[in-house]
Design a protein around this ligand. Structure first.
Ligand SMILES: [Zn+2]
Length: 75
């Protein structure tokens, strides 16, 4: 669990690295490699299998703020 504080009753977001930044996307279903998903900040990304190094990428601030807002709305 990468962001335990953001997952009180199930995930509020899925996170995937894209071009060196980790973006969040709505938890409509687990991201499947090859799938196109829209991130909170408005990008459309192709889901890839992330390597260990990619998981260390910085988090997109726009996506993080949106994920926090969604978590707060659940509490
Ligand atoms: Zn983003």
């Amino acid at each position: 669990m990468l962001f335990p504080g953001l997952e009180p009753q199930g995930p509020v977001a899925y996170w995937r690295p894209f071009e060196g930044i980790r973006h969040g996307m709505a938890p409509t279903g687990p991201p499947i490699p090859g799938q196109e998903r829209e991130t909170f900040c408005g990008l459309t990304i192709s889901v890839v299998i992330a390597t260990e190094v990619q998981w260390l990428a910085p988090t997109c601030e726009t996506c993080w703020a949106e994920a926090k807002a969604r978590r707060d709305a659940m509490n």
